[in-house]
Design a binder for this molecule. Structure first.
Ligand code: GLY
Ligand code: MN
Ligand code: MN
Length: 442
C-alpha cells in the first residue's frame, strides 16, 4: 500500500467504479501520470503526481497511464507503469511494477509502460467514446491521435474506431468537488500543519527580518510534518504585500511594516491555503488596524453565507459590499455605495475574488456557475474565503497614511449539512488575536 493515510485501495476502486458508471459501457477513459520536468540539465523538479490520477489510484510514480474500460470482460481497471529494475531502483528508489499495481492498487491488469503503443489501439477499438483531458499534455495528445489513427486504418478490416471525444473533467471535476470524510481528514491535517507554520512565522517576526527568513520558518514546519508547500509561499513586507502573487521573498521588513504571508501546506497531495497579515513589530498602527478590521468584517460577511443552498457568489458579493462601505467611511472612496459597486471603483483596492475551491489542487476543479448561474453550495464542498485590501505605495489619490498597506485574511471552509466547518479556525485572525499571539513570543 501507499503511505496515503486514511485512504485504502478499496476507496480508490470505488471512485474508479463511480466514474465508469457515469461514463457508460461504451466508453474508455485514459489518464496519464504527470510527466517529470527537467529543472536544469539532468536534474528534475520535485515530482508531483497528476491530481486526477492520484484521486483515482493513489499511484505515486511518473511514466504511468490509467485506462478504464467499463464492462470489459477481461478487466476494467488497467494500469501501464514502469517495470521493476534493480539497476534503476538503485538510483531512483523502488518502483511498484505491474505486479505491485495489481496487488496493492486494485488493478485488474497491469502492463509495462513500454507496451502502451502496442496495446492501446486494441483497447480503443470497439469503444464509441473517449474521455481524456485534451490539451493538457501535448506529447500525450499526439500519441493518442496516433493510436486512434491506427484503429481508423483498420476500418475496412471491420475495426470500429471511437467517434466521440469528451472532456474527462466534465465527469471527474464534479466528483472531486465533493470531498469525502477521508479527504476532509487529510485536509484538516494540512490545515493544522499550516496553522502551526503561520504561528511559528508570526512569533519569529521582528523588525529587520527578511521575507525569506519567515519563509524558512514556515517551510521548516511543513517539512517537519511530512508536508510540502502547496504553492509558492508568498511573504510580502510593506508595499510588497500589494503584489498579489509576490514570491520573490527577498526584502526585509522595516519597523512599522505589515507582513502578509499567504502559505499553505500540502499533505498527502491535499492543499491548505491560509493568509494572515501582521505587524512585524507586534503592534498594528491605527491606520493598519482600521483596514485590517475592515477586511475582517468582509471575511465575516462572506463566512455568514457559507451554508448549503446559498449561491457560491453570494459570499463574494457580501465581501465586496462590506469592503466598499468601509472604504467610503474611511474616505478612500467617494460617492454612493451602489455606484461604487456597480462601476467597479472598489477594484482599485480589491482586484481579486473572495475565494476558490480547494482540494488536491489549491485552485481546485469544479464549475462555479451552472447554466450561467452561480451554483448553490452543498455539503462536502471546500473553498477559501480571502478578502483583502491593497493600497499601492504610490497611490497619491489617498491620504499618505494608507499608502503601501496590503492586507489579506484567508481561511479554508468546508460546507456541512447545516452550515460550515472552518478548517483553519484555530489560527489567530483578528488584530487583537494576532497581537496577543505575537506578544507570547517564540
Ligand atoms: N495562494 C493562492 C490563493 O490564495 O489563491
Ligand atoms: Mn492563498
Ligand atoms: Mn486562496
Amino acid at each position: 500500500m501507499t503511505s496515503n493515510a486514511g485512504m485504502t485501495a478499496q476507496a480508490y476502486t470505488r471512485r474508479r467504479k463511480q466514474l465508469m458508471r457515469m461514463a457508460g459501457e461504451d466508453a474508455i477513459l485514459i489518464l496519464p501520470a504527470a510527466p517529470e520536468r527537467i529543472r536544469s540539465r539532468d536534474t528534475h523538479y520535485p515530482y508531483r503526481q497528476d491530481s486526477d490520477l492520484w484521486y483515482l489510484t493513489g499511484f505515486p510514480e511518473p511514466e504511468a497511464v490509467l485506462v478504464l474500460v467499463p464492462g470489459r470482460k477481461h478487466g476494467e481497471h488497467l494500469l501501464f507503469c514502469r517495470e521493476r529494475n534493480p539497476e534503476r531502483e538503485g538510483w531512483d528508489g523502488p518502483r511498484v511494477g505491474p505486479e505491485g499495481a495489481i496487488d496493492a492498487y486494485g488493478m485488474d491488469d497491469a502492463y509495462p509502460i513500454d507496451d502502451l503503443d502496442e496495446i492501446l489501439p486494441g483497447l480503443l477499438e470497439g469503444r464509441t467514446r473517449v474521455y481524456y483531458h485534451f490539451g493538457r499534455d501535448t506529447d500525450f495528445d499526439l500519441k493518442l491521435i496516433g493510436w486512434l489513427n491506427r484503429v481508423r486504418a483498420q476500418v475496412r478490416q471491420g475495426a470500429q474506431p471511437p467517434h466521440e471525444f469528451l472532456e474527462l473533467g466534465h465527469l471527474l471535476d464534479e466528483m472531486r468537488l465533493f470531498k469525502s470524510q477521508g479527504e476532509l481528514k487529510l485536509m484538516r491535517k494540512a490545515a493544522e500543519i499550516s496553522m502551526l507554520a503561520h504561528e511559528t512565522a508570526m512569533r519569529a517576526a521582528r523588525p529587520g527580518i527578511h521575507e525569506y527568513e519567515l519563509q524558512a520558518e514556515l517551510e521548516r514546519v511543513f517539512r517537519a510534518h511530512d508536508a510540502h508547500p502547496a504553492y509558492g509561499s508568498i511573504v510580502g513586507a510593506g508595499g510588497n504585500a500589494c503584489v498579489l502573487h509576490y514570491v520573490a521573498n527577498g526584502g526585509a521588513a522595516k519597523d512599522g511594516d505589515l507582513v502578509l504571508i499567504d502559505a499553505g501546506a500540502e499533505y498527502r497531495n491535499y492543499a491548505s491555503d491560509i493568509t494572515r497579515t501582521f505587524p512585524v513589530n507586534g503592534r498594528f498602527s491605527k491606520a493598519q488596524r482600521a483596514l485590517h478590521d475592515l477586511v475582517g468584517a468582509a471575511h465575516a460577511a462572506a463566512m455568514a453565507q457559507a451554508r448549503p443552498g446559498v449561491p457560491y457568489e453570494t459570499g463574494h458579493n457580501a465581501a465586496v459590499e462590506t469592503l466598499t462601505e468601509g472604504l467610503l467611511q474611511l474616505g478612500l472612496l467617494k460617492g454612493k455605495l451602489e455606484k461604487n459597486i456597480a462601476d467597479g471603483s472598489y477594484k482599485r483596492f480589491y482586484r481579486h475574488k473572495t475565494g476558490h475551491w480547494l482540494g488536491l489542487d489549491v485552485h481546485d476543479v469544479g464549475d462555479y456557475r451552472i447554466d450561467g448561474e452561480s451554483r448553490l453550495l452543498e455539503p462536502g464542498m471546500v473553498f477559501t474565503i480571502e478578502p483583502g485590501l491593497y493600497v499601492a505605495p504610490d497611490d497619491k489619490s489617498v491620504h499618505a497614511k494608507w499608502r503601501g498597506i496590503g492586507i489579506r485574511t484567508e481561511d479554508d471552509v468546508a460546507i456541512t449539512d447545516d452550515g460550515h466547518e472552518v478548517l483553519t479556525a484555530k489560527l489567530a485572525r483578528s488584530a487583537d488575536e494576532i497581537e496577543a499571539l505575537m506578544a507570547r513570543g517564540a
